[in-house]
Design a protein around this ligand. Structure first.
Ligand SMILES: *[C@@H]1O[C@H](CO)[C@@H](O)[C@H](O)[C@H]1NC(C)=O
Ligand SMILES: *[C@@H]1O[C@H](CO)[C@@H](O)[C@H](O)[C@H]1NC(C)=O
Ligand SMILES: *[C@@H]1O[C@H](CO)[C@@H](O)[C@H](O)[C@H]1NC(C)=O
Ligand SMILES: *[C@@H]1O[C@H](CO)[C@@H](O)[C@H](O)[C@H]1NC(C)=O
Ligand SMILES: *[C@@H]1O[C@H](CO)[C@@H](O)[C@H](O)[C@H]1NC(C)=O
Length: 401
């Protein structure tokens, strides 16, 4: 039975005080050296790339809401490709296979001589690193992608690994002996190899109606305007650490009904690999104080809402980039027919909002997880260092237990 996912790699949190390397921008005026000497060739190569890019629009692939608590997508590795169901994780950046279907080596599989080891909020994997061909969609084939072959692991039930689409800096410290190496993500390589024009990932999730519901979509290289409604609201990536190691943003305030949950701008992260919506403990206390009789069940780690309080659930709103994003009652409550999949008991009303286990003021005071993105389209825009959200046709719905 799958457990609630919390796939943040602890490596970044553990090294939060470590200075990160900033790459200088290449000055465009510094026209000398190999680039200039090879100019005609370089120009031809550039034209070829530009032309190939002209035909490389965004590519949308399906994603599956698995057991209500995680999203997977099918990723091919090798030639001929073996297909793996990988958790889509914006909160980590290593891509690996082997926790279900074993890694099948083909002529495109090249061992790198590196060991790999990543510890997540729940679970870990360790194994060996390869370069291999990775197929994200038909005709969308990344060459020489660094991937892990998981040889030991914990907590990846029912899935074959992760496709990590967080910032590449999160991979530092995951290889041995090259502990200082950064591993380019599939997004980084897709851009470099001209498969996408813009390093942008569009994420469309939706509430599942069955245990394995292919109701989601990932757009590599842009956004898909058929998957959201109205305007996109963007907010810049936060500069507050440790949130800034991830897809971190600031939320300027939050209310439950008319009660403040927090009133000062605070940093946190947007993470498809975390199932719930998590708030710093003091913020969470403000939230549940508004729900009569609600309490944290220590066995499941889930909020319990007395049935007498269900009808009175108020919108939980977050102001992001000047726009209020509301979660209605349906977005805050777990349909009771999903209780077992969430690790709960029958006949209890659970909520999807949880607490982080630490107080606010630590630079990572919320996690906007899968359950938020089941309501709002999300855009992870590396090109412009920002995250976007938009309404969907399933942002609001009527709750029925
Ligand atoms: C992986 O890393 C964890 C945490 O740093 C460590 O406890 C574990 O021994 C490592 N496992 C392997 C196989 O290197
Ligand atoms: C909602 O939008 C999705 C994606 O565009 C579409 O497939 C679906 O039919 C829409 N549902 C409704 C109820 O309009
Ligand atoms: C983001 O939140 C942090 C607190 O977590 C705060 O120190 C910082 O000033 C905020 N940034 C902006 C731009 O509001
Ligand atoms: C749950 O655990 C917390 C902290 O350990 C404790 O204060 C609280 O009383 C527990 N709640 C229940 C309902 O057992
Ligand atoms: C929360 O959002 C809902 C739905 O958009 C809106 O009706 C309500 O006024 C908002 N509440 C506050 C306090 O902004």
């Amino acid at each position: 039975m799958p457990s609630l996912a919390a796939l943040l790699p602890l490596v970044a949190l553990a090294t939060a005080s470590q200075a990160f390397v900033t790459l200088p921008l290449n000055p465009v005026t510094g026209r000398e050296g190999a680039y200039l000497k090879g100019l005609p060739d370089a120009d031809r190569a550039r034209v070829k790339l530009l032309k190939s890019r002209a035909s490389s629009g965004p590519t949308t692939v399906p994603a599956t809401n698995l057991a209500y608590v995680q999203y997977t997508t099918s990723v091919g590795v090798g030639s001929p490709a073996t297909y793996y169901n990988l958790v889509v994780d914006t909160g980590s950046s290593n891509t690996f296979v082997g926790t279900g279907t074993k890694y099948v080596r083909t002529s495109t599989s090249v061992p790198t001589g590196q060991d790999v080891n990543v510890t997540y909020g729940s679970g870990y994997f360790s194994g060996v690193e390869y370069l291999d061909q990775v197929t994200l969609a038909p005709g969308f084939v990344i060459k020489d992608q660094s991937i892990g072959d998981a040889l030991s692991w914990a907590d990846f039930p029912g899935v074959d690994g992760i496709v990590g689409v967080g910032p590449a800096d999160l991979t530092v410290g995951t290889l041995t002996p090259d502990v200082d190496a950064t591993i380019p993500t599939v997004m980084d390589n897709a851009l470099k190899q001209g498969l996408i024009e813009q390093e942008i990932l569009g994420v469309s999730f939706a509430p599942a109606t069955t245990y394995s519901d292919t109701n989601g979509a990932l757009t590599y290289g842009g956004i898909d305007s058929s998957l959201y409604e109205g305007e996109i609201t963007y907010t810049p990536l936060t500069t507050t650490y440790p949130a800034a190691y991830y897809w971190g943003i600031n939320i300027t305030d939050s209310t439950y009904g008319t009660t403040p949950v927090f009133t000062d701008s605070t940093a946190g992260i947007v993470d498809t690999g975390t199932t719930q919506i998590l708030l710093a403990d003091d913020y969470f206390d403000n939230y549940i104080a508004g729900i009569p009789g609600a309490y944290m069940d220590n066995t499941t780690g889930l909020l319990v809402v007395p049935s007498s309080s269900v009808a009175g659930i108020q919108p939980l709103n977050f102001t992001i980039g000047g726009t209020s994003f509301a979660l209605d009652a349906a977005a805050q409550l777990i349909p009771e027919d999903q209780n077992i999949a969430w690790g709960g008991s029958a006949g209890v009303q659970y909520g999807v909002v949880g607490n982080l286990g630490s107080l606010s003021g630590e630079g990572l005071d919320f996690i906007v997880g899968q359950k938020f993105m089941e309501r709002y389209y999300a855009i992870f825009d590396t090109l412009n260092s920002r995250v976007g959200f938009a309404l969907t046709n399933h942002t609001f719905s009527t709750y029925s237990a």
